[in-house]
Write a protein that binds this ligand. Structure first.
Ligand code: ADP
Length: 496
């Protein structure tokens, strides 16, 4: 607009100058001062005309420069950082003549603009990088959250005010809360376990990193008491993990490991040690008592001495049996027993067991019946071990069957398996006893006086049948009527 106006003014001045000159020439002396000739007037007109032309030229020149500057600034204003720094910009700055009067000022504007655009570009790069990092961090956080929530162990994290930060699904189920809905996040309100609250608070307030472990009995949401090993670790104050007050954020995280099995194992171990001690105490006390009697000369005649020695020998045998059974069980349980499995005839092993138990059966006038399969029953067996198992079952049948009773030993094929069973007409077992007789040291109270025992014969037989030979052992019994112990073993290959 201004450029157009300037053009018009310049042209108007030039035209006015030429017009005046022409008028002066044409009107001549009438308008000229007295004494001026046509030549002077013509000259004047020419001067005026030339001055007008010069004025117009000058005006055109300035307008052109201004136009250039305006165009330059307009293009500059449209520039983006890409146009400025790219090799093939969408908008290109026009060239300004070097001597343009506003070149210096425009150059400064361009420089300032370039600096801003460069800064904008740097910020843009930084923003893009941050956006990528942010997206990656969000994805990682989601992954960690998913992993965290599916971990089987309950996990809780608190801040340095002992307020709940995080809890996985397992922890929510254990304590019966929903983290998303908890309003009062003080841990003591969320979980009803003061030792756990104290453990986390104590860990969070520690000056040094490191973990603390405690065994805690926790009452779960259903009111069951469960044992856990709680390992609490102080949360390191990471970069950016700062409170509004500026101090570094701390806290603690705890992982709860279910140690019910461990506790049960500890209990079984304690029971085992107490049972072994108890079982050893009786024969040892007997041995000690009779040795003292002998030493004090209480057994004067040969017959009494013999009797005492017999009793001592009997108690020593009992101790030996106990130790042997214990050792055998321990070896099998530890997997260090030497197993020598060969294809064997089951009937042959059973006949040997019958032969060994016959004297004690006869001593009690118990009828010992063998109903062995006429077929060759092949088993892949460690002969001595399987014999021991069969012997334990047979001698129990004799031990827990009153005088004049009957014990039957059967063998038969059972599909891909072979089976043998020991049936007696003895005292029988209750349902509860049937389930417990394979436990170490378990003896039915009411039958203890019937026969000496260690409570290790059946556990050993079970280990031999199930762990060493891959078979099964079961019992069916009726109190007062008798019991049947059945053993099923895999058949050895048909090559036999
Ligand atoms: P024990 O050395 O006491 O015989 P076992 O482990 O062989 O130890 O047997 C455990 C308990 O099971 C016995 O004490 C007895 O009470 C009961 N029991 C075992 N066999 C029989 C059976 N055939 N009839 C009745 N009770 C039995």
């Amino acid at each position: 607009m201004t450029t157009a106006l300037g053009k018009y003014v310049g042209t108007a001045v030039a035209m006015a100058g030429s017009g005046l000159g022409l008028i002066a020439v044409w009107t001549g002396s009438a308008l000229a001062p007295a004494g001026w000739g046509t030549a002077q007037l013509g000259l004047l007109a020419l001067v005026v005309f030339l001055a007008g032309c010069a004025l117009a030229l000058l005006s055109w020149h300035f307008q052109r420069q201004r136009g250039q500057a305006n165009r330059y600034l307009e293009v500059l204003a449209r520039l983006t950082p890409q146009d400025l720094f790219s090799d093939s910009p969408a908008v290109v700055l026009p060239e300004l003549p070097p001597k343009h009067p506003q070149a210096a000022a425009i150059a400064r504007v361009k420089e300032a603009l370039s600096a801003h655009l460069r800064r904008i570009q740097e910020l843009e790069h930084a923003r893009a990088a941050l956006e990528v990092r942010c997206r990656r961090a969000v994805a990682q956080a989601e992954q960690i959250k998913a992993i965290f929530s599916y971990l089987a162990e309950p996990i809780l994290a608190v801040d340095d005010y002992n307020e709940l930060l995080l809890a996985n699904r397992s922890a929510e189920e254990l304590f019966g809360f929903d983290s998303a809905k908890v309003e009062d996040r003080a841990l003591a309100r969320v979980v009803q376990c003061q030792p756990l609250v104290d453990l986390l608070a104590g860990t969070a307030s520690r000056k040094t990193p490191g973990s603390r472990t405690e065994e805690l009995e926790i009452t779960d949401a259903q009111g069951r008491r469960r044992w856990y090993r709680a390992t609490a670790v102080k949360l390191a104050a990471g970069e950016g993990a700062e409170h509004r007050c500026g101090c570094a954020s701390q806290g603690a995280v705890v992982v709860l490991r279910d140690i019910a099995d461990h506790k049960a194992f500890q209990k079984r171990n304690a029971e085992f040690v107490s049972a072994v001690s108890h079982e050893m105490k009786t024969p040892l006390a007997g041995i000690k008592a009779y040795v003292e009697l002998l030493a004090d000369g209480e057994a004067e005649d040969r017959a009494t001495q013999e009797e005492f020695l017999q009793l001592i020998s009997g108690q020593a045998d009992r101790l030996q049996r106990l130790v042997e059974n214990l050792l055998n069980i321990a070896r099998i349980e530890a997997g260090v027993v030497n197993v020598n499995k060969q294809p064997r005839s089951l009937n042959e092993i059973l006949e040997e067991a019958l032969r060994l138990v016959r004297p004690s059966a006869e001593a009690k006038n118990i009828q010992l019946v063998a109903e062995l399969s006429p077929m060759y029953l092949a088993v892949l067996a460690d002969r001595d071990m399987l014999l021991q198992a069969a012997l334990n079952l047979l001698s129990n049948a004799v031990k827990y069957t009153p005088e004049g009773g009957k014990v039957i030993l059967r063998s038969q094929t059972d599909g891909e398996h072979v089976r043998f069973e020991v049936q007696d007409t003895g005292v029988g077992l209750s349902q509860e006893d049937c389930q417990r007789v394979f436990e170490k040291f378990y003896r039915v109270k009411k039958d203890r006086d019937m026969a000496p025992g260690t409570g290790l014969g059946l556990p050993l037989a079970k280990h031999i049948v199930e762990d060493v030979h891959g078979g099964t052992i079961t019992v069916e019994s009726k109190l007062g009527e008798g019991s049947t112990f059945a053993v099923i073993l895999p058949r050895a290959g048909q090559s036999l």
